[in-house]
Write a protein that binds this ligand. Sequence first.
Ligand code: SF4
Length: 364
Amino acid sequence: MILTDLKDKLAFNRYYDEPAVAQVARIQKIKQQFGADLLIVAHHYQKDEVMQFADARGDSLKLAQIAAANQQAKTIVFCGVHFMAETADILTSDQQQVILPDPMAGCSMADMANSFQLTQAWSLLTSQFDDDILPITYVNSTAAIKSFVGDHGGVVVTSSNAKKIVSWALQRAKRLLFLPDQHLGRNTALALGLTPANIGLWQARANRLQATNPAALRVILWDGYCSVHQQFKVAQIAALRAQYPEIKVIVHPECAHEVVAAADEVGSTAAIIDYVQQAPRGARIAIGTDNNLVGRLIKQYPEKQLMFLNPFSCSCILMNRIDLPHLAWALDQLASGQPGNVITVNPEIASGAKKALDRMLSLS
Ligand code: SF4
C-alpha cells in the first residue's frame, strides 16, 4: 500500500487525532518486538519527534554507508526524503525492504532534473564538446538520474565528499556535467581552483548553455538549487557581524557562492555538527542550514552562543513531512504484516544507479 489514495489518506487522518503519547508508546513497543530486524535511520534535518526513535542518524553519505553495510535488518524505515529511500533500496539486498513513512516527502532540488531533460542536455553537450565529458550527480537526485550517470561512467557525490570526487573526476575528463545543484557544483569547482570562466550553466528549461567562453569550460552546472539554502543571504551575515564582531558563520555548500564567500566556514551537515562540537565554550556561531538541525544544536549546546543565520527561514517542508503520525502509521502497518510505502526502484534503473553509488562509496 502506498499512502496516496484518498481513502487511505482519510483513514490515516485519525493519527492526527490520537495523543502523541500513545503513538510514542506504540512505536517503542514495535521497535522492541522487531529488534534487529528493524532499523530506523534519520537524516539530521528530521524533527525531534521523529529523531528520538532513530537507531542511526547522519547526513546523506553516512546514511548511504549505513544502508550499504547493514545486512541484518529486514526492514529499514527511512526518515528522510524520497531519493534517500531509493538510494537505501539500491544499496540493500533484495531480502531487505525500505519504507518511507510518507511517500510525498520528496526533494524540490532532485525534481529539478529528470531523465528526459538530461538525455536532451547530454545529446546537445556531447555534440558541442565531443564525448570527453563525465556526468556527476549530487546524491540529491532521482534514481533515474543516478542510473544515467552510472551508465555513462559517472559518479554520485554528497556534500561531504564532493571536493575529493570532483577533483578525481577533473583528472579523468576534460569537462564535467554536474547536476542538479548549481551551488554545490560552483562552490566545489571554485574551491578546487577553477575560475568563473571555467564554469558554465546549463539552463534546463531553456535547453541552453550559458558560458562566456565555451572553450574554457571545465564544469557545466545544471541550474538546480535548494529552496531552503536559497534563504541565506550576505546581508544576514553582514548584520550579524555588525552586531557581534567576534561571531563565526558556518554555512552549507548548497548556499549561493557569495554567501559561502562571506562566511568563515562551509561544510556538509556532518561537518557543521563537528565544527559546533569542537568550538570552545562561549563561542558565538551563526549557522546557515536547515533550522531543524540548527534548533537541535542550540538545545544541545547551551554553553555555546549558537544562533540561526536566518531565524525566519523555513526548514525543509519536504523533510518535515515525516512526522510522528506518519512514523506511527508506518510501524503499525509493518506490525500488522501489511507494510506500507515500500520504496522499490525498478531493477534496470537500480543497476545503473548502483554503479554510480558504488564508485562514490569506493572513492569516499
Ligand atoms: S533541504 Fe533542500 S536539498 Fe535537502 S531535501 Fe529539502 S529541498 Fe531537498
